[in-house]
Design a protein around this ligand. Structure first.
Ligand code: HDD
Length: 709
């Protein structure tokens, strides 16, 4: 396949394995030309099939073994290729080439995922999103395996299997799929207050993103950067999307499950396909070693973030995703990430969650990809050469020459020889460690209420409302009162006003105390209060970065705008709006009262992108209806057209109407929203563009929620 010369080293490397059947003859896997792939070899036309039919056997056998185990977590994912470019050398902090060489364009492969659902589950489940970036650097692979939330549920990898078993479908009935709203998850959460910070983020709109392109990413753990002199700084990694952080409402998320369960996957693919490449800036929060203990929380505790007010995020470079994979299985499914894939200049901290992860990721690839040779799979192999004395095992691709597969050797000329430090040899950071061997947790890890409190207080009123509704929905699905009571008690420790709202919705009272302190409830051997959750400390009232409202964005590029029309729509209004929106790189989609083509007032034919019966308002960001008496008369008789308007209103979207479209609006709940900031009746396109750029007019929500759509 002819490819452009300027493609990244990784894409060039993948070329070696890319195969296309264009213009080629069909063969067996052994290269034999096949002239019939529809009929098996039989003893007579109506006779039994013969075992000797190797063509049938090969085809069926391969098919029988097509599946590999899905990832135990993050099974559902979507990915894309791209590159990372550095703005300014960070040599003060690190010797890593990707962070010091501004001339490099480092190839990346980035996979986004939901956590709990199976491979075929819906994209808009309320869940954390995985955000894993594989950097193919000149010094080897660096994987930044993070999430779209800056903290994690648990503090020690030892609890990971318990966390995941509690959130996955319950083992007796395998229910529910891709949902945390069930008994076992809340049983676990209510007995593990360390989960509360990540949990409140999951209750917020961050767990139902508008697009994978509109979410932040976080490395979560504190890592280390090491410079040429061997000096270490602590660091937290952030990805800041240039399209801003945007979410949908829960009602849309639920409806999207049915309307387009591939909503996020399709959105990412379509944007890249249309040349609208998503971009994220990489940000660093740097903490000098000597400041390690100056915070109210422990830097090694992955359930804590460093508020940006305390340590600002410095933006050091940009990732652009500009190419869809060629083959989902070969690339998105077989890619194997590992937080332990490091390059010189970056190192770990002693965060006990990170330390456990360092074991788990290679281990899981062995059962998922079936062999310690998973690094040879094209998407996983580094762009630099690899040489060592590891040999053989299932599916070995490399043909290692020579007699020696050991070190030291003289018969192989001592090769592969060791790398000198000056030539980029890796060495672990020399951290001094002194301590007793103990199975324990530091007392500095026991504040579980302060940061969820900061998060909640930082939200705007509409965001707070969504959080309260999410808690109420989720706990409303729990069948056991003792679990709900423990949850209410815990939420009350985070924020009294939040607990009050949730308790009201559940029709329950907030208990003034829990029946047993947590450590007694879980039967700890030493139920002393060292690890009992501490009272909330309000060391920071709010952090602006935590609310979506303060994350500013400009423009409406890639926004999906439905143009609702029927035959006879006003050509002039339609064209004026279409031209204006497309100039801003928005995606105009003609939704017709029927499929095929619609005729405008000039009797010209326009292609329908979706007939109204095949689509739903929830897949669009905004709605425009041009006038034209005949068109509006038809839409007036089309119940789904009114549903489109009512739902768009309910979901606080921008709506524009011209001419006779006002009458249709009047015949819906629109009649109560004519003066709304994001409703543009007979206005210039620029007003509509401004309204779409708001993403949603949340001020409308309180009233719009009453619309029975
Ligand atoms: Fe994990 C996959 C992110 C804790 C064990 N994890 C996985 C993926 C992401 C994360 C994004 C999917 C990568 C891909 O797209 O292929 N995991 C995290 C983050 C964590 C975290 C941000 C905490 C800060 N994970 C964590 C712990 C353990 C694991 C504590 C086990 C001790 N994670 C796994 C795994 C997975 C995985 C079982 C499943 C598939 C895979 O690794 O390759 O090993």
């Amino acid at each position: 396949m002819a490819k452009k010369k300027d493609e990244s080293k990784k894409i060039q490397d993948l070329e070696k394995n890319i195969s296309t059947a264009e213009g080629k003859t069909m063969t067996t896997n052994q290269g034999l030309k096949v002239n019939d792939t529809n009929n098996s070899l039989k003893a007579g036309e109506r006779g039994a099939t013969l075992l000797e039919d190797f063509i049938l056997r090969e085809k069926i056998t391969h098919f029988d073994h097509e599946r590999i185990p899905e990832r135990i977590v993050h099974a559902r994912g979507s990915a894309a290729h791209g590159h990372f470019e550095l703005y300014e050398s960070q040599e003060k902090y690190t010797k890593a080439g990707i962070f010091t060489d501004t001339n490099r364009k480092t190839p990346v492969f980035t996979r986004f995922s939901t956590v709990a659902g199976s491979k075929g589950s819906a994209d808009t489940a309320r869940d954390v999103r995985g955000f894993a970036v594989k950097f193919y650097t000149e010094e080897g692979i660096f994987d930044l395996v993070g999430n779209n939330m800056p903290i994690f549920f648990i503090q020690d990898a030892m609890k990971f299997p318990d966390l995941i078993h509690s959130v996955k479908p319950e083992p007796d009935r395998e229910i529910p799929q891709a949902a945390s709203a069930h008994d076992t998850f809340y049983d676990f959460v209510s007995l593990s207050p360390e989960t509360l910070h990540n949990h409140i983020w999951v209750m917020s709109d961050r767990a139902i993103p508008r697009s994978l392109r509109m979410m932040e990413g976080f490395g979560i753990h504190t890592f280390r950067l090491i410079n040429k002199e061997g000096k270490s700084h602590f660091v937290k990694f952030h990805w800041k999307p240039l399209l801003g952080v945007k979410s949908i409402t829960w009602d849309e998320a639920v409806k999207l499950h049915g309307a387009d369960s591939d909503f996020h996957r399709r959105d990412l693919w379509d944007a890249i396909d249309a040349g609208q490449f998503p971009e994220w800036e990489l940000g660093l929060q740097i903490v000098p070693e000597e400041d390690e203990h100056k915070f109210e929380f422990d830097l090694l505790d992955p359930t804590k973030l460093i508020p940006e007010e305390m340590v600002p995020v410095q933006r050091i470079g940009k990732m652009t995703l500009n190419r869809n994979p060629d083959n989902f299985f070969a690339e998105t499914e077989q890619v194997a990430f590992h937080p332990g894939h490091l390059v010189p200049g970056i190192d770990f901290s002693n965060d006990p969650l990170l330390q456990g992860r360092l074991f788990s990721y290679t281990d899981t690839q062995l059962s998922r990809l079936g062999s310690p040779n998973f690094h040879e799979i094209p998407i996983n192999r580094p762009i630099n050469e690899t040489h060592n004395n590891q040999r053989d095992a299932h599916m070995r691709m490399t043909v290692n020459k020579g007699k020696t597969a050991y070190f030291p050797n003289s018969l192989g000329g001592g090769c592969p020889h060791l790398a000198k430090m000056a030539d980029g040899g890796f060495t672990s950071y020399e951290e001094r460690l002194d301590g007793k061997k103990v199975r324990a947790r530091s007392e500095s890890f026991s504040d579980h209420f302060s940061q969820p409190g900061i998060f909640y207080r930082s939200l705007e009123d509409w965001e707070k409302e969504h959080v309260a509704e999410a808690y109420s929905f989720e706990l409303g699905k729990v069948n056991y009162d003792h679990i709900k009571k423990r949850m209410l008690w815990l939420i009350n420790e985070i924020d009294k006003s939040l607990a009050k709202k949730v308790a009201e919705n559940l029709g329950m009272k907030i208990p003034s105390k829990i029946e047993k302190p947590i450590n007694q409830a879980i039967g700890a051997d030493d139920p002393g209060d060292k690890n009992e959750p501490k009272k909330r400390k309000d060391y920071l009232d709010k952090s602006e970065a935590l609310s979506q409202t303060h994350i500013k964005t400009k423009g409406i590029a890639t926004r999906q705008i439905a143009f609702l029309v029927s035959d006879g729509f006003n050509h002039e209004q339609f064209s004026k709006m279409k031209t204006a929106l497309e100039k801003e790189n928005a995606m105009v989609k003609v939704v017709g009262s029927h499929g095929g083509e619609v005729k405008c007032s000039k009797n010209e034919s326009h292609k329908v992108d979706a007939a109204i019966m095949t689509t739903e308002s929830v897949v669009f960001d905004a709605l425009y209806i041009p006038g034209g008496k005949k068109s509006i008369d038809t839409l007036m008789e089309t119940a789904k057209a009114k549903k489109f308007i009512n739902e768009s209103l309910k979901h606080c979207k921008a709506i524009a109407l011209d001419g006779e479209a006002k009458d249709l609006f009047e015949a819906t709940h629109g009649k109560d929203f004519k003066d709304d900031e994001a409703v543009c009746i007979d206005k210039q396109p620029s007003k509509f563009i401004k309204a779409i750029a708001m993403h949603r007019n949340w001020k409308r929500e309180k009233e719009a929620k009453k619309i029975p759509a």
